[in-house]
Design a protein around this ligand. Structure first.
Ligand SMILES: *Cc1c(COP(=O)(O)O)cnc(C)c1O
Length: 426
């Protein structure tokens, strides 16, 4: 069987005999390309072609692929202790990483619970919030309030707080718990509606959840820092915990280390993952403020947090995450993000006048071209591969979230491909 998707246009994803791909209609999707090695912002395919990566492995590889400092940390830790259980036992890579995250995050966000994926970090955040109220003797706060356009992961619990369309609420009706859903308070009307909802049912809500500044998988939708200040204020007024999902925005993507810094607010719980290890290992963290943690202290075992993934705080992953944080200290990442931001804005601007383009927007190292409609994302993806770039349009958007270390000429190849493909109509 050909390993080259482009020379075998008749093959579909289903012709790959054993794999089941994510978010893919296997019968109609093109045969996947096969990657064999990575370096910097380049992915080499099995047929020898090299692609410039515009996605950074689903927004994780912020230092580019195969950074020597990360590689070294991985090998060193692999030689000493690749894994050990985390029940009743701790280790230096996790202790150091937790201390560094606590020091970087604003306010008294200082208790770090490690997991192995973003979805699970958010599940833990929800469990913390619900049990926080129970432990404090408050009953009836069982619902989570989330916002249209939000995405928090693919597990059943997270599906119930994703945008109803993204979470496939109608398909899974009867399986998902019913939560509370609102529009983000981006103007007077939506703020008034949210205030009314809280006046009516605020005392049934344990936590409010949002991705700060950018709803990523929901369509790269941006909102002002002001919105987060409204949420903080409303949560305080109604005794609700504020959970920020910084899984996508954390570690520099929006121009500051964490997006919540731009609003000057401190959430009660924050979830981190994607770029935590610089895209090298699966790792996530749920970080709680002191007051949240203290609600779990008791001489009753029942007050403990009941969660513990087998591979939590995997030493390899923690060592790599420490190496990634080193790079934020030793290399000028936030300056690079600012430079990328300016280049994205400049070079994507020509898209604005192309037919079918609805909006062009840039925040930090996120560049988005929103189309009126996108009927055939597979055709567009194929056109990008033919131009030697890896760009994955979804819904009605074409976006770039490159590594912060991408070279200006590599970024230009990405933006040029977008302008050309959209101009030619794929
Ligand atoms: C990717 C993502 C998740 C889910 O993380 P997984 O590691 O895929 O489970 C949750 N929230 C946001 C904002 C994300 O971008």
């Amino acid at each position: 069987m050909s390993r080259n998707a482009l020379s075998a246009p008749h093959l579909t994803a289903a012709d790959q005999p054993n794999l089941w791909l994510p978010y893919t209609q296997m019968q109609t999707a093109p045969f996947p390309v096969e990657a064999v090695s990575t370096s910097g912002s380049r992915i080499t395919l099995a047929d020898g072609r090299e692609l410039v990566d515009g996605v950074a492995a689903w927004w994780t590889a912020c230092h580019g692929y195969s950074h020597p400092h990360i590689h070294e940390a991985l090998v060193r830790q692999a030689e000493r202790m690749p894994h050990v259980m985390f029940g009743g036992m701790v280790h230096e890579p996790a202790i150091r990483l937790a201390a560094r995250l606590a020091a970087m995050l604003p306010g008294d966000l200082e208790r770090v619970f490690f997991t192995d994926s973003g979805s699970v970090a958010m599940e833990v955040a929800i469990k913390m919030a619900v049990q926080y109220h129970i432990n404090r003797g408050t009953s009836g706060r069982t619902k989570i309030l989330s916002f249209r356009g939000g995405y928090h992961g693919d597990t059943l619990g997270m599906m119930s707080i994703c945008d109803p369309e993204e979470g496939m609420h109608s398909l899974f009706a009867g399986v998902l718990p019913e939560q509370a859903l609102a529009d983000l308070p981006v103007d007077g009307d939506s703020l008034a509606r949210l205030e009314a909802l809280l006046a009516e049912r605020g005392d049934s809500i344990a936590a409010m959840v949002t991705e700060p500044l950018v709803q990523g998988a929901g369509g790269m939708l941006f909102h002002d820092p002001e919105v987060l200040r409204h949420l903080r204020e409303l949560c305080d007024r109604h005794g609700i915990l504020l959970i920020l999902d910084e899984i996508f925005t954390g570690f520099g993507r929006t121009g500051t280390m964490f997006a919540c810094e731009q609003a000057g607010i401190v959430p009660d719980i924050v979830a981190l993952s994607k770029a935590l290890t610089g895209g090298t290992m699966a790792l996530a963290a749920t970080v709680a403020r002191r007051g949240v943690f203290e609600a779990f202290l008791s001489d009753s075992a029942g007050h403990a947090l009941m969660h513990g993934p087998t591979f939590m705080a995997n030493p390899l992953a923690c060592a790599v995450a420490n190496a990634s944080l080193d790079l934020f200290e030793t290399e000028p990442r936030l300056e690079q993000v600012a430079t990328i931001s300016a280049q994205l804005a400049r070079e994507l601007e020509p898209c604005r006048t192309l037919p079918g383009v609805k909006d062009v927007r840039v925040l930090g190292a996120i560049g988005v071209v929103e189309l009126e409609t996108l009927d055939d994302p597979d055709a567009l993806r194929r056109a990008f591969v033919e131009r030697g770039v890896w760009i994955r349009p979804f819904r009605n958007i074409v976006y770039l979230t490159p590594a912060f270390t991408i070279m200006p000429e590599e970024l230009t190849r990405l933006t040029t491909a977008i302008v050309d493909v959209l101009r030619e109509g794929a």
